[in-house]
Design a protein around this ligand. Structure first.
Ligand SMILES: Nc1ncnc2c1ncn2[C@@H]1O[C@H](COP(=O)(O)OP(=O)(O)OP(=O)(O)O)[C@@H](O)[C@H]1O
Ligand SMILES: [Mg+2]
Length: 144
């Protein structure tokens, strides 16, 4: 297994979507995308591009708010998960998220830092950093 890191800079939401759509083309179907970044850094925007890149309907993608898991049909089903309101692995397990990590389908997980060291299989770490009002640094770490 080798690890590969890429760093991109995005200058607009559309660019973040396009970068995510490009990454979608490299997915095999069971990856867990761990999205880490502050409020408004572009996690949901990234998922919208991902769904578009997988041939799904990007208009379905909204912040999950009170629902922890949404699933969008696409080339692979995309499970959009928001851990913001869950604190601790016990809550996350109770919500069924740990079991979902083992299932086929792409899992895109906002606030993945809540998983706190849990050994996530097939993980791709995506860090979004706010540089300015419309600029973001996006780091992608693959283990493959
Ligand atoms: N380069 C960029 N990439 C992504 N979003 C951007 C960029 N520039 C500006 N934005 C804006 O930043 C906001 C990102 O919102 P988004 O819902 O994707 O963030 P989030 O990380 O999911 O936030 P939350 O933690 O609340 O779920 C949007 O309003 C978007 O238009
Ligand atoms: Mg969001």
């Amino acid at each position: 297994m080798r690890s590969e890191t890429q760093v991109w800079e995005s200058d607009a939401p559309e660019t973040t979507e396009r970068l995510a759509a490009e990454l979608a083309g490299r997915l095999e179907g069971s990856e867990n995308l761990l999205l880490i970044g502050e409020l408004g850094s572009g996690k949901t925007t990234f998922v919208r591009g991902l769904v578009r890149g997988l041939g799904g309907d990007p208009a379905l993608v909204a912040s999950p708010t009170f629902v922890i898991v949404h699933v969008y049909p696409a080339r692979f089903p995309v499970y959009h998960i928001d851990l913001y309101r869950l604190h601790g692995l016990a809550d996350i397990q109770q919500a069924g998220v740990l079991d979902l990590l083992e299932e086929p389908g792409i899992k895109a997980i906002e606030w993945a830092e809540r998983l706190d060291g849990y050994p996530v299989p097939s993980a791709i770490l995506i860090r979004l950093e706010v540089l300015g009002p419309t600029t973001r640094r996006i780091g992608v770490e693959w283990e493959r």
